[in-house]
Design a protein. Structure first.
Length: 521
């Protein structure tokens, strides 16, 4: 197990990948053949073991999994690039990951052509369909040079090289040493089987991907499930009603979500929510961003024990909590998902052993995984580790039973008058107010305090932004938490800079305020 070739040999006509709601269906036999042709093509264009392919490829491009599995067969890194980024940001990632090849969907071809001019190392340039811009090959012509069914020798396991979300600065590539084994060898297959086993997932799932595959979780979950023989159903983009219809039509058994998805699903009229048969869905995991307690309660009322939450990062490590456990401890992200230990360390690196005392959250490298490094940033890598433990930058505490609660990210800390304030507590309090649709709390310049706490709020539909609502929300916040943690001022906006996975890009939001004004600039 652990490699597509095994599944193709066992049952070549079984479904491996479904793009959209059945728009394109690819069998294991087709995936094995097409990924092998891609592997031959990349080798013919000069990619060697340890090389890198950067992919600006959309969810609805049916070559996505062909390309991904080709990289896993010839020992190269696969770096999916967020196609929502600006060209300069895309150029940074393509250049920083040392991509030898740049593969793009037709919708991104013109932008990729401009980016490629600044990335001289990426000499292999392929557009998957449509017209090929200057300097790019058209995939169909390139594949025509490759034998249709030639054996692939000397196959080696590749790896994914993902970039952090960049919500607090330049994204950093998370890179692990390649495992010296053939595709689907003991390390890769063992990790995939063990990881899926933690969540009770088998090898016959229909797994729904409603989020972009350039993100860590959708890509890692879908491909690890495929290693175990499960099918994946890839939505081109998230649409709440279409997601319900796809679950019904494709008999989806497992899925992954973020809190933003939940909020949009819950906003559907009751008649629409009741319209679709969701009985096949037995597992719905969510992560990526804190889920407001009222939202999660409503989802558990709707989907019951299927709801499961995990906490982790691109770097690894994590916790998990099932619905029933969470109802006993609302707000927790659970206990270590492999039965291991979560460390809470103080500022001096000493372990915090008392329950309910905050500190930095640390993990050990999971068994079967190599130690990661931030690509080209040894200083950040060194700061991330304390001995054999590493942190993904979050603050939290463990209760008396070892359940983890997140407080905030270290980088979001506000220092006001010498006092450290983590804004998530105020955000958690404000989000449940009926007049609030979304909220971010940040520090803004203050001559007196250095920084002061500000909330930026999207009013709920029908709410009237202005001084009266500002006063009401500040009073609401002060009724529940210490006054110094509450915003002194509130700005009202129509949108906030969230990523597709629901993470708040506070770097972008803060930059609007630190241009010489405490008001939105």
């Amino acid at each position: 197990m652990g490699t597509i070739a095994v599944h193709a040999e066992r049952d070549p006509n079984a479904v491996a990948v479904i793009y959209g709601n059945g728009d394109v269906v690819e069998t294991w036999g087709e995936l094995e053949l097409r990924s092998r042709r891609w592997a031959h093509l990349l080798r013919a264009r000069g990619l060697a073991h340890g090389g890198c392919v950067a992919a600006i490829v959309a969810n609805d491009d049916p070559v996505f999994m062909d390309l991904f599995w080709a990289c896993q067969r010839i020992g190269v890194y696969f770096t999916p690039v967020n196609w929502h980024l600006q060209e300069g940001e895309i150029q940074y990632i393509v250049d920083d990951c040392d991509a030898d090849a740049l593969v793009v969907s037709p919708g991104f071809a013109d932008a990729a052509a401009r980016v490629a001019q600044q990335c001289p190392k990426a000499q292999v340039r392929i557009v998957t369909a449509g017209a090929a811009p200057a300097g790019f090959e058209w995939l169909a012509y390139a594949l025509a040079e490759v034998p249709a069914d030639a054996p692939l020798v000397d196959q080696r396991e590749g790896s994914i090289m993902l970039y952090s979300s960049g919500t607090t600065g330049r994204p950093k590539g998370v890179r692990r040493a390649l495992v010296d084994e053939p595709p689907g060898g003991p390390a890769a297959a063992g990790f995939a089987k063990g990881f899926m086993g933690l969540f009770g997932l088998a090898g016959d799932e229909r797994y729904l991907v409603p989020a972009p595959l350039y993100h860590a979780a959708p890509l890692a979950w879908s491909t690890n499930l495929m290693r175990n023989g499960s099918s994946v159903v890839i939505m081109p983009r998230f649409d709440p009603e279409l997601a319900l219809k796809t679950i019904q039509d494709q008999r989806v058994t497992a899925s992954q979500w973020v809190p933003t998805h939940f909020r949009r699903l819950l906003q559907l009229p009751d008649a629409v929510r009741r319209k679709y048969d969701l009985r096949s869905l037995r597992f719905a995991v969510h992560a990526a961003a804190p889920c407001p307690i009222p939202v999660k309660r409503q989802m558990i009322e709707w989907w019951g024990d299927a709801i499961c939450e995990y906490y982790g990062g691109t770097e690894g490590g994590g916790t998990v909590v099932k619905a029933r456990e969470w109802l006993e401890r609302p707000g927790t992200v659970g206990r270590h998902w492999a039965g291991g230990k979560v460390w809470i360390l103080d500022e001096d690196g000493n372990e915090v052993t008392q329950p309910n005392v905050e500190g930095a959250i640390y993990f050990a490298t999971p068994p079967g995984m190599t130690r990661f490094a931030y690509h080209k940033d040894p200083e950040k890598t060194a700061k991330t580790y304390r001995g054999d433990l590493y942190s993904i930058g979050d603050i939290g505490y463990l209760d008396e039973a070892g359940y983890l609660f997140l407080t905030d990210r270290q980088s979001n800390m506000i220092i006001s008058g010498g006092v450290n304030i983590y804004p998530q507590e105020a955000e958690n309090h404000l989000i449940v107010h009926p007049q609030v649709d979304d909220v971010a709390v940040i520090g803004v310049p203050s001559e007196e305090m250095g920084e002061e706490v500000k909330a930026v709020v999207i009013p709920a539909p029908g709410a009237e932004p202005g001084p009266a609502l500002e006063a009401e929300l500040i009073a609401w916040c002060r009724s529940g938490i210490a006054h110094y943690k509450c915003p002194r001022t509130i700005d009202f906006v129509s949108e906030l800079p969230r990523t597709e996975t629901g993470k708040m890009a506070k770097r972008i939001l803060r930059d609007r305020y630190w241009g010489g004004s405490s008001k939105l600039v």
